[in-house]
Design a protein around this ligand. Structure first.
Ligand code: KG4
Ligand code: ZN
Length: 337
């Protein structure tokens, strides 16, 4: 088959990103302009500020990516962008840019599901990875156990009933006085501590769903009760242990239910070193093959969007110019035109 080079744009939250990806697995250019420093002082992402910053830097990010790949825009075969889920104003910037490029260059356009992108980030790092497998998606906005039946076929086996894992990390970190985003800071502090605090873990009978609000609330109550006496590194280690126990218990159940021995991690929290180490152990103990994306492809980036766009495109899933941003798009929604 002829090579397919896709220019992809991601702007669903607080990173403006562009990537050029060949055949869904080879990254030729990858640029990410992060707004973390801008949103930090507000303790989280401010949607209106995010949209304005995307507008300011999208053209430069695309240009820089083309320079990195040493390509002219006319040389790419198709243009892709995230169309949901995410912040509507932020999504519209990348989506409109991609549609304008595709229309003016008369190239195919592919709207990509952000979570499918996170899942597909693994195809870049692991060129041998093929469906079927189970993917544990743990990001700032989503926590799902997904059965990846094929490159474009996903079945949700379990989902969070309240907070997403990354959201719990960020809320806990705010309560203990760490800067946004809290995940990486908790990851670092937990290495200096021990899991000495007992936190409640929620499991549902006959369901692979998750709940993290109990763990989060218990941490918040502990901080308020013990005040200065609290040992922050121990609390971080305890929080990570409780969250990871819940995630991995359900992940193992999902593998047994489906008779699957291949597992991948995806989303921002897949950068967490404790979660990765525990998953490695789980893999060794249960004879599972474990995959996770390179650190730079765990959090939001456009290479993962370029990868997902490739598999969509070769499976006939091209989008029309009337595709709108869909902020609340769920995994498995087939709303693409
Ligand atoms: O996937 P992502 O970049 O954005 C969404 O699509 O939501 O995920 C961002 C989330 C944030 O909640 C951040 O705190 C978390 O990923 N995160 C981590 C780590 N690095 C990023 N959480 C735990 N440990 C990390 N090392
Ligand atoms: Zn994301």
């Amino acid at each position: 088959m002829k090579d397919l080079v896709i220019l992809a744009i991601e702007s669903s939250c607080d990173e403006t990103a562009c990537s050029i990806v060949k055949n869904g697995r080879e990254v030729l250019g990858n640029v990410i302009a992060t707004q973390i420093d801008i949103h930090k002082r507000f303790g989280g992402v401010v949607p209106e500020i995010a949209s304005r910053n995307h507008v300011d830097c999208i053209s430069n990010v695309v240009q820089e990516c083309l320079e990195q790949a040493n390509m002219k825009i006319e040389e790419v075969d198709a243009i892709a962008a995230t169309y949901g889920p995410g912040l509507v104003g932020a999504l519209l910037v990348g989506l409109s840019t991609a549609k304008a490029l595709a229309y003016s260059l008369n190239k195919p356009f592919i709207g990509v599901h952000h979570i499918e992108g996170h899942i597909d980030a693994n195809y870049i790092t692991h060129t041998e990875l093929k469906p079927p497998y189970i993917c544990l998606v743990v990001s700032g906005g989503h926590s799902n156990l997904v059965y990846v039946k094929d490159y474009t076929e996903f079945e949700i086996l379990g989902r969070t009933r309240d907070d997403a894992v990354g959201e719990a990390f960020d809320k806990v970190s705010r309560v203990i006085g760490l800067e946004y985003p809290g995940g990486p800071k908790i990851d670092k502090l937990a290495k200096e501590g021990k899991p000495t605090y007992k936190l409640p873990k929620t499991f549902f009978e006959d369901s692979l769903d998750f709940s993290f609000s109990g763990i989060k609330t218990a941490v918040i109550n502990l901080v308020h009760k013990e005040k200065d006496a609290i040992n922050i590194p121990d609390l971080c280690a305890s929080f990570e242990e409780a969250v990871t126990d819940v995630l991995l218990t359900n992940l193992l159940k999902a593998c047994r239910q489906k008779g699957i021995d291949t597992v991948s991690l995806a989303g921002g929290v897949s950068a967490n070193s404790y979660l990765r180490a525990r998953l490695d152990n789980l893999g060794q103990e249960n004879n599972l093959k474990i995959y996770y994306p390179e650190l730079k492809y765990c959090t939001d980036n456009a290479a993962m969007i370029g990868s997902a766009a490739y598999f969509d495109y070769i499976n006939g899933k091209q989008s029309g110019m009337d595709l709108n941003a869909m902020p609340y798009l769920k995994l498995g929604d087939k709303l693409r035109k």
